[in-house]
Design a protein around this ligand. Structure first.
Ligand SMILES: [Zn+2]
Ligand SMILES: [Zn+2]
Length: 404
């Protein structure tokens, strides 16, 4: 009996769950892994699942898939679009969507495990399947490690994983060395002094302070970072006030910062902090802004030798033209904590999820950036086929490359 992967993907897509709330998804993944004969442990790092497939002597490969969805109202127009709603970690009611494709990650993983079980006479070693929660919080890998994942299960010799991305379906993007940026999430509270909207002179207006801060932050990358360096400062959330005629007491900003390495990270954090504090001072604030780190993600660095091996295997499996160097991504991932904590190589690659004809037309019209929705967009839509098949094959090929 083979698992209906299309039905699995559609079911996961229709029923997305927020970070650390992936109870249903974890249960479904665990059920499939159990049916396939793996030793399954649930509740690792809150909602994480680990499945172990022992198949004789040989290397231990950890294959990781993340499973959480995002607080996004889906606008993809797909017949199986999500209408799910839920409550986020801050207690807000939000729409939920698999806008980052983690539904595809879980689907491809289940398919790959099925294939590896079917072909178990052809390899030996141990496969450890890691279904990780809360990647979007940058906290799930850490939670599983803090829950003893490296001690409770066979330690890895290599960690592999993949992410679906806006490349044409059928393409694999992989590179040795830096693959994804390091990232910090910051929560900033700007303290002003509230009062009546008709008497601004008696207040310290945090709305104006926030507006000036957001604009000035735009100059950090454009004026202070070497143009050769890849860096991003995004203010993704800004909140203040309740009513037109009340000047509120404070405003909050949520920032996302990206950089390729730790050296630039230190510099950028100092610059961002300087701008935030200086704008508060310029506004006459009597209290310094509060700056809290929401999460810190390391750069995703692919091990050179292991990545060469995986890339050669991908070329043999998919053809020379279908394996490309996608360049350094400004997105970030927490997958590398597993490899870093274990002190072993990481190989993390991207695979395309966009209909090739649609992608080619967008390239021809020069409209890739505007027409091909990226991860985290409410319009993000993964082509089911051949994305599932390519994802299954890529994981299987890479796992087999490192298993005995
Ligand atoms: Zn994401
Ligand atoms: Zn993602």
């Amino acid at each position: 009996m083979t698992i209906d992967l299309e039905a699995l993907f559609i079911d996961l897509h229709r029923n997305p769950e927020l970070s650390f709330q992936e109870v249903r998804t974890a249960g479904i993944a665990a059920g499939h892994l159990r049916d396939l004969g793996l030793e399954v442990t649930q509740g690792v790092g809150r909602t994480g699942v680990v499945g172990v497939l022992r198949n004789g002597d040989g290397p231990v490969v950890w294959a990781r898939a993340d499973m959480d969805a995002l607080p996004v109202v889906e606008e993809s127009g797909l017949p199986y679009a999500s209408t799910a709603r839920g409550v986020d970690a801050e207690g807000r009611e939000v729409g939920i969507m698999h806008a980052c494709g983690h539904d595809m990650h879980v689907t491809a993983m289940i398919g790959a495990v099925e294939e590896l079980v079917r072909t178990r006479d052809e390899w030996s070693g141990t496969l450890v399947v890691v279904i990780q929660p809360a990647e979007e919080f940058g906290a799930g890998a850490r939670a599983m490690l803090d829950d003893g994942a490296l001690d409770r299960f066979p330690r890895p010799d290599v960690v592999i994983g993949q992410h679906v991305t806006p490349l044409p379906a059928g393409m694999i993007g992989v590179r040795p060395g830096p693959q994804m940026s390091a990232s910090d999430g910051l929560h900033v509270v700007l303290h002003g002094r509230g009062g009546h909207g008709s008497r601004p002179h008696s207040t310290i207006d945090p709305v104006v302070m926030a507006a000036a801060t957001v604009m000035r932050l735009q100059t950090v990358v454009s004026r202070e970072v070497d143009p050769h360096d890849l860096a991003v400062v995004t203010v993704g959330a800004i909140h203040a006030g309740t009513k037109n005629n009340i000047i509120p007491a404070e405003a909050t900003l949520d920032l996302s910062l990206r950089y390729p390495d730790d050296a630039l990270r230190t510099k950028m954090l100092a610059k961002v902090e300087r701008v935030i504090k200086a704008e508060a001072m310029a506004s006459g604030a009597t209290e310094e802004p509060t700056i809290e780190t929401l999460h810190t993600l390391p750069a995703t660095i692919n091990d050179a030798a292991a990545t060469e091996r995986a890339t050669a295997a991908f070329r043999a499996a998919f053809g020379e033209d279908n394996v490309v160097d996608p360049g350094l991504f400004t997105g970030s991932e927490d997958v590398s904590w597993f490899a870093r904590d274990a002190g072993v190589p990481l190989v993390f690659w991207f695979w395309g999820g966009i209909a090739p004809a649609r992608f080619a037309a967008a390239v021809a019209h020069g409209t890739v950036d505007s027409e091909i929705a990226t991860n985290h967009s409410p319009y993000f839509a993964v082509e089911i086929h051949p994305t599932i098949e390519v994802g299954v094959k890529a994981l299987t090929v890479a796992a087999r490359e490192f298993l005995g």
